[in-house]
Design a protein around this ligand. Structure first.
Ligand code: GDD
Ligand code: MN
Length: 387
Protein backbone atom coordinates (compact mmCIF):
# COMPACT_ATOMS: atom_id res chain seq x y z
CA UNK A 1 0.00 0.00 0.00
CA UNK A 2 2.79 2.40 0.92
CA UNK A 3 4.31 2.19 -2.55
CA UNK A 4 0.95 2.48 -4.22
CA UNK A 5 0.21 5.65 -2.30
CA UNK A 6 3.56 7.21 -3.08
CA UNK A 7 2.99 6.64 -6.76
CA UNK A 8 -0.49 8.04 -6.62
CA UNK A 9 0.57 11.15 -4.72
CA UNK A 10 3.25 11.78 -7.30
CA UNK A 11 0.61 11.89 -10.01
CA UNK A 12 -2.11 13.76 -8.17
CA UNK A 13 -0.29 16.51 -6.30
CA UNK A 14 1.63 19.06 -8.33
CA UNK A 15 5.17 18.73 -7.10
CA UNK A 16 6.57 21.74 -5.36
CA UNK A 17 10.32 21.72 -5.86
CA UNK A 18 12.07 21.51 -2.50
CA UNK A 19 14.56 24.28 -1.91
CA UNK A 20 17.73 22.88 -3.40
CA UNK A 21 19.87 23.31 -0.33
CA UNK A 22 17.31 22.44 2.37
CA UNK A 23 19.56 20.82 4.93
CA UNK A 24 18.41 17.92 7.09
CA UNK A 25 18.77 19.61 10.45
CA UNK A 26 16.59 17.69 12.82
CA UNK A 27 14.41 15.13 11.09
CA UNK A 28 10.94 14.30 12.33
CA UNK A 29 10.75 11.61 15.00
CA UNK A 30 9.98 8.04 13.99
CA UNK A 31 6.72 7.94 15.92
CA UNK A 32 3.97 10.45 16.73
CA UNK A 33 1.61 9.38 19.49
CA UNK A 34 -1.75 11.12 19.13
CA UNK A 35 -3.67 11.64 22.35
CA UNK A 36 -7.19 12.93 21.73
CA UNK A 37 -8.15 14.69 24.92
CA UNK A 38 -11.20 16.29 26.42
CA UNK A 39 -10.86 17.34 30.06
CA UNK A 40 -7.79 15.19 30.60
CA UNK A 41 -5.62 17.76 32.33
CA UNK A 42 -5.01 15.52 35.32
CA UNK A 43 -3.80 12.68 33.09
CA UNK A 44 -1.41 14.44 30.72
CA UNK A 45 1.72 14.65 32.92
CA UNK A 46 1.47 10.97 33.81
CA UNK A 47 0.93 10.05 30.15
CA UNK A 48 4.07 11.92 29.09
CA UNK A 49 6.04 10.19 31.82
CA UNK A 50 4.72 6.77 30.84
CA UNK A 51 5.49 7.37 27.16
CA UNK A 52 9.03 8.46 28.04
CA UNK A 53 9.60 5.23 29.85
CA UNK A 54 7.88 2.97 27.32
CA UNK A 55 9.53 4.53 24.27
CA UNK A 56 13.07 4.59 25.52
CA UNK A 57 15.30 4.03 22.48
CA UNK A 58 12.65 5.18 19.98
CA UNK A 59 12.58 8.73 18.58
CA UNK A 60 9.03 9.88 19.42
CA UNK A 61 6.76 12.84 20.03
CA UNK A 62 3.31 13.15 21.50
CA UNK A 63 0.56 15.33 20.01
CA UNK A 64 -2.29 16.11 22.38
CA UNK A 65 -5.39 17.13 20.42
CA UNK A 66 -7.61 19.04 22.80
CA UNK A 67 -11.06 20.35 21.91
CA UNK A 68 -10.73 23.48 24.00
CA UNK A 69 -11.45 21.62 27.25
CA UNK A 70 -12.65 23.88 30.05
CA UNK A 71 -10.21 22.23 32.46
CA UNK A 72 -7.20 23.76 30.70
CA UNK A 73 -5.77 20.61 29.12
CA UNK A 74 -4.15 22.71 26.36
CA UNK A 75 -2.48 25.21 28.64
CA UNK A 76 -0.95 22.45 30.70
CA UNK A 77 0.22 20.54 27.62
CA UNK A 78 1.83 23.63 26.14
CA UNK A 79 3.48 24.31 29.44
CA UNK A 80 5.06 20.86 29.40
CA UNK A 81 5.88 21.36 25.72
CA UNK A 82 7.72 24.59 26.44
CA UNK A 83 10.23 22.53 28.38
CA UNK A 84 10.05 19.34 26.32
CA UNK A 85 9.95 19.62 22.53
CA UNK A 86 8.58 16.08 22.23
CA UNK A 87 5.28 17.33 23.64
CA UNK A 88 3.04 19.16 21.19
CA UNK A 89 -0.49 20.45 21.44
CA UNK A 90 -3.28 21.12 18.98
CA UNK A 91 -6.06 23.16 20.51
CA UNK A 92 -9.20 23.03 18.40
CA UNK A 93 -11.83 25.68 18.98
CA UNK A 94 -15.46 25.42 17.97
CA UNK A 95 -15.20 21.72 17.23
CA UNK A 96 -15.89 18.53 19.12
CA UNK A 97 -15.44 14.92 18.24
CA UNK A 98 -13.04 12.10 18.91
CA UNK A 99 -12.62 10.90 15.32
CA UNK A 100 -11.94 14.39 13.96
CA UNK A 101 -9.43 15.06 16.74
CA UNK A 102 -7.56 11.83 15.91
CA UNK A 103 -7.50 12.63 12.20
CA UNK A 104 -6.18 16.16 12.73
CA UNK A 105 -3.54 14.91 15.10
CA UNK A 106 -2.34 12.27 12.64
CA UNK A 107 -2.31 14.79 9.79
CA UNK A 108 -0.15 17.13 11.87
CA UNK A 109 2.58 14.51 12.05
CA UNK A 110 5.58 14.17 9.76
CA UNK A 111 6.72 10.94 11.36
CA UNK A 112 6.60 7.70 9.38
CA UNK A 113 4.48 6.05 12.08
CA UNK A 114 1.53 7.44 14.01
CA UNK A 115 -0.28 5.89 16.97
CA UNK A 116 -3.61 6.81 18.55
CA UNK A 117 -4.46 6.05 22.16
CA UNK A 118 -6.65 7.30 25.03
CA UNK A 119 -5.12 10.12 27.05
CA UNK A 120 -6.38 8.58 30.29
CA UNK A 121 -3.99 5.66 30.79
CA UNK A 122 -6.48 2.96 29.77
CA UNK A 123 -4.29 1.80 26.91
CA UNK A 124 -1.12 -0.07 27.78
CA UNK A 125 1.70 2.10 26.44
CA UNK A 126 4.25 -0.68 26.85
CA UNK A 127 2.71 -2.21 23.72
CA UNK A 128 3.88 0.72 21.57
CA UNK A 129 7.41 -0.61 21.10
CA UNK A 130 6.06 -3.92 19.79
CA UNK A 131 3.74 -2.03 17.45
CA UNK A 132 6.65 -0.02 16.06
CA UNK A 133 8.61 -3.24 15.59
CA UNK A 134 5.69 -4.68 13.61
CA UNK A 135 5.58 -1.68 11.27
CA UNK A 136 9.35 -1.69 10.83
CA UNK A 137 9.11 -5.20 9.38
CA UNK A 138 7.35 -3.59 6.39
CA UNK A 139 4.67 -6.25 6.08
CA UNK A 140 1.98 -4.32 7.90
CA UNK A 141 0.26 -0.95 7.40
CA UNK A 142 -1.95 -0.97 10.48
CA UNK A 143 -1.38 -2.55 13.89
CA UNK A 144 -4.38 -2.80 16.19
CA UNK A 145 -4.20 -3.35 19.94
CA UNK A 146 -7.08 -5.74 20.53
CA UNK A 147 -8.96 -6.45 23.72
CA UNK A 148 -10.49 -9.62 22.32
CA UNK A 149 -7.69 -11.85 21.19
CA UNK A 150 -8.05 -15.17 23.07
CA UNK A 151 -7.30 -15.11 26.72
CA UNK A 152 -7.42 -11.36 27.09
CA UNK A 153 -9.82 -9.94 29.63
CA UNK A 154 -11.24 -6.50 29.87
CA UNK A 155 -10.98 -4.94 33.27
CA UNK A 156 -12.11 -1.42 32.36
CA UNK A 157 -15.61 -2.32 31.22
CA UNK A 158 -19.01 -2.62 32.84
CA UNK A 159 -21.07 -5.69 31.82
CA UNK A 160 -23.41 -3.63 29.61
CA UNK A 161 -20.53 -1.83 27.89
CA UNK A 162 -18.86 -5.17 27.23
CA UNK A 163 -22.08 -6.53 25.68
CA UNK A 164 -22.56 -3.46 23.50
CA UNK A 165 -18.95 -3.62 22.41
CA UNK A 166 -19.26 -7.31 21.46
CA UNK A 167 -22.42 -6.67 19.50
CA UNK A 168 -20.97 -3.85 17.49
CA UNK A 169 -17.93 -6.00 16.80
CA UNK A 170 -20.11 -8.74 15.36
CA UNK A 171 -22.06 -6.23 13.24
CA UNK A 172 -18.91 -4.59 11.95
CA UNK A 173 -17.46 -7.93 10.92
CA UNK A 174 -20.63 -9.23 9.30
CA UNK A 175 -21.77 -6.04 7.58
CA UNK A 176 -18.56 -4.25 6.78
CA UNK A 177 -16.40 -7.35 6.31
CA UNK A 178 -13.79 -5.89 8.58
CA UNK A 179 -11.81 -8.85 9.86
CA UNK A 180 -10.68 -7.46 13.18
CA UNK A 181 -11.28 -9.02 16.57
CA UNK A 182 -11.68 -5.51 18.03
CA UNK A 183 -12.73 -2.96 15.41
CA UNK A 184 -13.84 -0.56 18.18
CA UNK A 185 -10.42 -0.34 19.73
CA UNK A 186 -9.20 3.19 20.31
CA UNK A 187 -5.58 2.00 20.33
CA UNK A 188 -3.71 1.46 17.07
CA UNK A 189 -0.70 2.47 15.02
CA UNK A 190 -0.28 2.95 11.28
CA UNK A 191 1.98 4.22 8.54
CA UNK A 192 1.38 7.91 8.09
CA UNK A 193 0.80 7.57 4.32
CA UNK A 194 -2.28 5.49 5.14
CA UNK A 195 -3.94 8.41 6.83
CA UNK A 196 -2.73 10.91 4.22
CA UNK A 197 -4.53 8.78 1.66
CA UNK A 198 -7.70 7.95 3.60
CA UNK A 199 -8.31 11.18 5.55
CA UNK A 200 -10.68 12.85 3.05
CA UNK A 201 -12.94 9.79 3.12
CA UNK A 202 -13.17 9.43 6.90
CA UNK A 203 -15.98 10.60 9.12
CA UNK A 204 -15.00 13.20 11.70
CA UNK A 205 -17.97 12.35 13.89
CA UNK A 206 -18.12 9.75 16.58
CA UNK A 207 -15.79 7.30 18.25
CA UNK A 208 -15.32 4.69 15.56
CA UNK A 209 -12.20 5.98 13.89
CA UNK A 210 -10.46 2.60 13.64
CA UNK A 211 -13.51 0.89 12.15
CA UNK A 212 -13.77 3.71 9.64
CA UNK A 213 -10.11 3.40 8.64
CA UNK A 214 -10.31 -0.39 8.40
CA UNK A 215 -13.55 -0.32 6.38
CA UNK A 216 -12.41 2.48 4.07
CA UNK A 217 -9.01 0.93 3.41
CA UNK A 218 -10.38 -2.61 3.44
CA UNK A 219 -9.01 -3.67 0.06
CA UNK A 220 -5.46 -2.43 0.45
CA UNK A 221 -4.55 -2.34 4.14
CA UNK A 222 -2.35 -5.04 5.59
CA UNK A 223 -3.47 -5.41 9.18
CA UNK A 224 -1.98 -7.05 12.27
CA UNK A 225 -3.34 -7.35 15.79
CA UNK A 226 -1.64 -7.50 19.17
CA UNK A 227 -3.43 -8.37 22.42
CA UNK A 228 -3.67 -5.99 25.36
CA UNK A 229 -5.70 -5.55 28.52
CA UNK A 230 -7.95 -2.50 28.70
CA UNK A 231 -7.12 -0.87 32.01
CA UNK A 232 -8.88 1.52 34.35
CA UNK A 233 -8.80 5.28 33.89
CA UNK A 234 -6.22 7.26 35.87
CA UNK A 235 -8.44 10.30 36.50
CA UNK A 236 -11.73 11.73 35.25
CA UNK A 237 -14.60 10.01 33.52
CA UNK A 238 -15.48 8.44 30.17
CA UNK A 239 -16.92 10.65 27.41
CA UNK A 240 -18.58 7.73 25.71
CA UNK A 241 -22.34 8.11 25.99
CA UNK A 242 -25.57 7.07 24.28
CA UNK A 243 -24.76 9.23 21.27
CA UNK A 244 -21.94 6.85 20.45
CA UNK A 245 -24.46 4.16 19.54
CA UNK A 246 -26.01 6.59 17.07
CA UNK A 247 -22.58 7.40 15.66
CA UNK A 248 -21.96 3.73 15.17
CA UNK A 249 -25.23 3.17 13.32
CA UNK A 250 -24.48 6.17 11.16
CA UNK A 251 -21.03 4.89 10.24
CA UNK A 252 -22.43 1.46 9.36
CA UNK A 253 -25.00 3.08 7.07
CA UNK A 254 -22.52 5.42 5.44
CA UNK A 255 -20.07 2.62 4.73
CA UNK A 256 -22.74 0.17 3.57
CA UNK A 257 -24.23 2.73 1.21
CA UNK A 258 -20.85 3.88 -0.08
CA UNK A 259 -21.31 7.28 1.56
CA UNK A 260 -24.62 7.87 -0.24
CA UNK A 261 -26.36 8.09 3.12
CA UNK A 262 -24.94 10.85 5.29
CA UNK A 263 -25.08 11.45 9.01
CA UNK A 264 -27.42 14.37 8.44
CA UNK A 265 -29.72 12.34 6.28
CA UNK A 266 -30.00 9.65 8.93
CA UNK A 267 -30.83 12.23 11.58
CA UNK A 268 -33.24 13.95 9.22
CA UNK A 269 -35.01 10.64 8.64
CA UNK A 270 -35.24 10.02 12.38
CA UNK A 271 -36.75 13.47 12.91
CA UNK A 272 -38.93 12.90 9.86
CA UNK A 273 -40.17 9.64 11.35
CA UNK A 274 -41.27 11.43 14.51
CA UNK A 275 -42.74 14.15 12.26
CA UNK A 276 -44.84 11.55 10.51
CA UNK A 277 -46.09 10.43 13.91
CA UNK A 278 -46.92 14.03 14.85
CA UNK A 279 -48.61 14.53 11.50
CA UNK A 280 -50.77 11.47 12.00
CA UNK A 281 -51.64 12.44 15.57
CA UNK A 282 -52.62 15.94 14.47
CA UNK A 283 -54.63 14.55 11.59
CA UNK A 284 -56.35 12.14 13.92
CA UNK A 285 -57.30 15.01 16.22
CA UNK A 286 -58.71 17.33 13.58
CA UNK A 287 -60.41 14.34 11.97
CA UNK A 288 -62.01 13.42 15.32
CA UNK A 289 -62.95 17.06 15.92
CA UNK A 290 -65.08 16.80 12.81
CA UNK A 291 -63.32 19.45 10.70
CA UNK A 292 -65.26 19.38 7.44
CA UNK A 293 -63.06 18.78 4.38
CA UNK A 294 -60.20 16.31 4.35
CA UNK A 295 -58.04 18.86 2.52
CA UNK A 296 -58.30 21.24 5.49
CA UNK A 297 -57.54 18.43 7.94
CA UNK A 298 -54.42 17.45 6.02
CA UNK A 299 -53.32 21.09 5.73
CA UNK A 300 -53.50 21.67 9.47
CA UNK A 301 -51.63 18.43 10.21
CA UNK A 302 -48.97 19.41 7.67
CA UNK A 303 -48.34 22.83 9.21
CA UNK A 304 -47.97 21.26 12.64
CA UNK A 305 -45.59 18.58 11.35
CA UNK A 306 -43.43 21.12 9.46
CA UNK A 307 -43.00 23.25 12.59
CA UNK A 308 -42.12 20.15 14.58
CA UNK A 309 -39.57 19.03 12.00
CA UNK A 310 -38.02 22.48 11.91
CA UNK A 311 -37.52 22.66 15.66
CA UNK A 312 -36.00 19.21 15.95
CA UNK A 313 -33.84 19.40 12.85
CA UNK A 314 -32.50 22.70 14.09
CA UNK A 315 -31.71 21.15 17.46
CA UNK A 316 -30.20 17.86 16.29
CA UNK A 317 -29.69 17.45 12.55
CA UNK A 318 -28.10 20.87 12.23
CA UNK A 319 -26.72 20.97 15.75
CA UNK A 320 -23.43 22.27 14.36
CA UNK A 321 -25.06 25.23 12.65
CA UNK A 322 -28.06 25.73 14.85
CA UNK A 323 -30.11 28.86 14.19
CA UNK A 324 -30.87 30.94 17.26
CA UNK A 325 -32.65 34.18 18.10
CA UNK A 326 -33.90 36.07 15.07
CA UNK A 327 -32.15 33.65 12.73
CA UNK A 328 -34.31 30.93 14.24
CA UNK A 329 -37.50 32.89 13.54
CA UNK A 330 -36.33 33.78 10.05
CA UNK A 331 -35.38 30.14 9.47
CA UNK A 332 -38.82 29.00 10.55
CA UNK A 333 -40.49 31.44 8.15
CA UNK A 334 -38.26 30.47 5.25
CA UNK A 335 -38.77 26.82 6.12
CA UNK A 336 -42.55 27.26 6.15
CA UNK A 337 -42.37 29.26 2.94
CA UNK A 338 -40.30 26.85 0.87
CA UNK A 339 -42.17 23.90 2.30
CA UNK A 340 -45.52 25.38 1.36
CA UNK A 341 -44.81 24.25 -2.17
CA UNK A 342 -44.07 20.82 -0.76
CA UNK A 343 -47.20 21.03 1.33
CA UNK A 344 -49.34 21.83 -1.69
CA UNK A 345 -48.08 18.74 -3.48
CA UNK A 346 -48.41 16.89 -0.17
CA UNK A 347 -52.07 17.83 0.12
CA UNK A 348 -52.51 17.16 -3.59
CA UNK A 349 -51.03 13.68 -3.35
CA UNK A 350 -52.95 12.90 -0.17
CA UNK A 351 -56.26 14.13 -1.57
CA UNK A 352 -55.69 12.14 -4.74
CA UNK A 353 -55.11 8.96 -2.73
CA UNK A 354 -58.05 9.81 -0.46
CA UNK A 355 -60.36 10.27 -3.43
CA UNK A 356 -59.32 6.89 -4.78
CA UNK A 357 -60.07 4.97 -1.56
CA UNK A 358 -61.77 5.29 1.81
CA UNK A 359 -58.67 5.17 4.04
CA UNK A 360 -57.81 8.58 5.50
CA UNK A 361 -54.58 7.34 7.09
CA UNK A 362 -53.01 5.86 3.95
CA UNK A 363 -53.75 9.12 2.19
CA UNK A 364 -52.26 11.14 5.04
CA UNK A 365 -49.14 9.01 5.18
CA UNK A 366 -48.58 9.24 1.43
CA UNK A 367 -48.75 13.02 1.58
CA UNK A 368 -46.45 13.20 4.60
CA UNK A 369 -43.73 11.07 3.00
CA UNK A 370 -43.86 13.18 -0.11
CA UNK A 371 -43.49 16.30 2.02
CA UNK A 372 -40.56 14.86 4.00
CA UNK A 373 -38.45 14.22 0.90
CA UNK A 374 -39.13 17.71 -0.35
CA UNK A 375 -38.34 19.24 3.04
CA UNK A 376 -34.96 17.55 3.17
CA UNK A 377 -33.75 18.70 -0.21
CA UNK A 378 -35.01 22.25 0.09
CA UNK A 379 -34.12 22.95 3.71
CA UNK A 380 -30.56 21.72 3.24
CA UNK A 381 -30.10 24.23 0.46
CA UNK A 382 -31.87 27.35 1.71
CA UNK A 383 -32.58 27.16 5.41
CA UNK A 384 -29.32 25.81 6.86
CA UNK A 385 -27.42 26.47 3.64
CA UNK A 386 -25.22 23.39 3.69
CA UNK A 387 -23.17 22.80 0.57
N1 GDD B 1 -10.33 15.99 21.41
C1 GDD B 1 -11.34 15.21 21.86
N2 GDD B 1 -12.62 15.53 21.52
N3 GDD B 1 -11.06 14.12 22.59
C2 GDD B 1 -12.09 13.38 23.03
C3 GDD B 1 -13.43 13.66 22.73
C4 GDD B 1 -13.70 14.81 21.94
O1 GDD B 1 -14.83 15.16 21.63
N4 GDD B 1 -14.22 12.71 23.31
C5 GDD B 1 -13.37 11.88 23.94
N5 GDD B 1 -12.08 12.27 23.80
C6 GDD B 1 -10.86 11.64 24.29
C7 GDD B 1 -10.86 11.36 25.78
O2 GDD B 1 -10.36 12.46 26.51
C8 GDD B 1 -9.94 10.15 25.86
O3 GDD B 1 -8.59 10.52 25.87
C9 GDD B 1 -10.23 9.41 24.56
O4 GDD B 1 -10.75 10.39 23.65
C10 GDD B 1 -11.24 8.26 24.71
O5 GDD B 1 -12.39 8.74 25.38
P1 GDD B 1 -12.92 8.02 26.70
O6 GDD B 1 -14.00 8.86 27.25
O7 GDD B 1 -11.77 7.68 27.59
O8 GDD B 1 -13.55 6.71 26.07
P2 GDD B 1 -13.69 5.28 26.74
O9 GDD B 1 -12.46 4.93 27.49
O10 GDD B 1 -14.98 5.22 27.46
O11 GDD B 1 -13.81 4.38 25.40
C11 GDD B 1 -12.75 3.56 24.96
O12 GDD B 1 -13.27 2.42 24.33
C12 GDD B 1 -13.94 2.64 23.10
C13 GDD B 1 -14.42 1.35 22.54
O13 GDD B 1 -15.39 0.79 23.31
C14 GDD B 1 -11.86 4.35 24.00
O14 GDD B 1 -10.68 3.61 23.79
C15 GDD B 1 -12.49 4.60 22.67
O15 GDD B 1 -11.50 5.14 21.80
C16 GDD B 1 -13.01 3.30 22.13
O16 GDD B 1 -13.70 3.54 20.91
MN1 MN C 1 -10.74 5.97 28.03
Amino acid sequence: MAQQILQRTAVETPRVAAPALAPMTEPAPELSVILPAFNERANIPMMVERLSRALDGIDWEVIVVDDNSPDGTSALTRDIGSRDRRVRCIRRVGRRGLAGACIEGMLASSAPYVAVMDADGQHDETLLAAMVAKLRQCETDLVVASRYIDGVTDSGFSASRAKASQWSTVLARKLLKVELTDPMSGFFMLRREVIDELAPKLSTQGFKILLDIAATGRDTLRVAELPFVFGARLHGESKLDARVALDFGQLLLAKLSNDAISYRFVLFCLVGATGVGVHMAALYMVHALGVESFGVQQTIATIVAIAWNYVFNNAYTYRDQRLAGWAFVRGLLVFELVCSVGAISNVGVASLIYAGGPSWWIAGLGGAVMGAVWNYAVSAAVVWKTP
